[in-house]
Structure formats: structure tokens, C-alpha cells
Design a protein around this ligand. Structure first.
Ligand SMILES: *Cc1c(COP(=O)(O)O)cnc(C)c1O
Length: 223
């Protein structure tokens, strides 16, 4: 089932967004067994994203096929040590002290980390991230940190049925992404879109989507 879901999605996800950019599918693997993740990889998934450090560590060696590793969940600074050097892209850099600590520890270990700056596009109290107004300042400060490469922006749209509002927010993210690139940044990734809203996000200019439910089915939170 998982393999078929992935194959269908890879066909369905447009090859490019309206900006002519390839769209990367990241499988959001929280609460999935290593077997399930490996099924997704058999189906063609090349990128996987973890939310929980504990799960990442437990499953790390059980994952086949050497996919690109993303960390997409909230990250506590005291857990960075478990991820450093193993994660290809951190999506959820949502505050300055996390960026500072990632850079500091990376510098000590002699490696640079690739990161996205998380924007709280819906201004939601329950979500982390910089406000869209703070994005440029955050980009300037974080890209000046020695052991970080800022590769783009990440956002989670609010859960709501107001499609016009969701499109407005997604569009605002793309505009900020383009604005920063217009001012000399070289951002590659706009990570935006989950199972409920990925089509809309690609239509508005996302080039990286993070799908869990659409690949694995409903998550079982009681295991
Ligand atoms: C769980 C999660 C996803 C995937 O959510 P689905 O709705 O199951 O596709 C994407 N991004 C983040 C940050 C997540 O935590």
C-alpha cells in the first residue's frame, strides 16, 4: 500500500512548480516503523524527514537505500549532538538560540549544517518560527553564523478550510523567498505543504513538500 501511494504521488506531484523548479517529496516518517519507511523508499522516496530525535536514532541504521535525511520537527538544543553530521537539511530552525547552538557545535565538529529558516506564517501561538516581518533580519543574522548554510525557508500553513486564506499565506511565503533572493540570498528550497494542502502549496510556489498521511495513512498515536 505504502509503495503504491508513493508511486501515485510521484506521478501526481507536478514535475515542476509554476516557477520551473523541481519539487522534492520528503516523506514525513514520524511514528512509522523502519519497515514502513523502507517501503516508501522502495516506492521511490529519496528524502525522509524525522520529527523526533529518539525515533531518528532508533531507526537510523535500519533505513535502506541511503536517502537524504531531513529533520523537520521542533529541535531542543540539548539534542543537537545526536543529529550533527547525520542530517542533510534541518527544516525547523525557528529561533536564534537554536541557530547559534547548531553553528557553535558544528564549528567545533568541523562541519557546516544546511538549514531552512522556519516562518510562522499563520502567526499561530502553537507553532514556532519567525514572523514573516522578521524573516529578512533572521536571514541576515543566521546566514552570518559561521557553520550554517541557509538554503531556504520552511512554513506550515494553519489547519483551516479557508482556501483563499491558505493561498494568500502560501503566496506570501513565496514572495518573501523571491524577495530575499532578489536581495542577494541564494535560497534553493521553499519547504511548504503537507498531506492536506500540498497541491495548493506547489501551485503557489513551494518546491519541497513534506508528506506523512498521504504516504503512510493515518498515524497511530497510541502505539
Ligand atoms: C507530520 C508532519 C508533516 C506531515 O504531515 P501530514 O499531514 O501527515 O502529511 C509535515 N511536516 C511536519 C513538520 C510534520 O510534523
Amino acid at each position: 500500500m505504502i509503495e503504491e501511494n508513493v508511486k501515485k504521488l510521484l506521478k501526481e506531484i507536478p514535475e515542476v512548480n509554476p516557477f520551473g523548479e523541481k519539487v522534492t517529496l520528503v516523506a514525513a516518517v514520524k511514528l512509522q516503523t523502519a519497515d514502513n519507511v523502507n517501503c516508501a523508499i522502495c516506492g521511490g522516496v529519496s528524502d525522509i524527514g524525522d520529527n523526533h530525535v529518539q525515533e531518528f536514532r532508533e531507526n537510523y541504521a535500519k533505513i535502506n537505500g541511503n536517502p537524504r535525511r531531513h529533520f523537520i520537527g521542533h529541535l531542543q538544543t540539548n539534542k543537537i549532538k545526536y543529529l550533527l553530521g547525520k542530517v542533510d537539511l534541518y527544516h525547523s530552525v525557528d529561533r536564534y538560540n537554536l541557530a547559534e547552538e547548531l553553528s557553535r557545535r558544528g564549528a567545533t565538529a568541523g562541519l557546516k549544517s544546511n538549514i531552512l529558516i522556519q516562518i510562522n506564517i499563520g502567526n499561530e501561538e502553537t507553532k514556532g518560527g519567525f514572523s514573516i516581518e522578521e524573516a529578512e533580519n533572521a536571514y541576515k543574522k543566521i546566514s552570518a553564523m559561521p557553520a550554517l548554510n541557509v538554503e531556504g525557508l520552511m512554513a506550515m500553513l494553519p489547519f483551516c478550510d479557508d482556501e483563499a486564506r491558505l493561498r494568500r499565506l502560501a503566496k506570501a511565503m513565496r514572495e518573501k523567498f523571491d524577495e530575499l533572493n532578489g536581495k542577494g540570498a541564494s535560497l534553493k528550497y521553499l519547504s511548504m505543504g503537507m498531506s492536506g494542502d500540498w497541491r495548493l502549496c506547489i501551485e503557489e510556489g513551494s518546491n519541497m513538500i513534506r508528506l506523512g498521511t498521504a504516504i503512510f495513512g493515518e498515524r497511530k498515536y497510541n502505539k
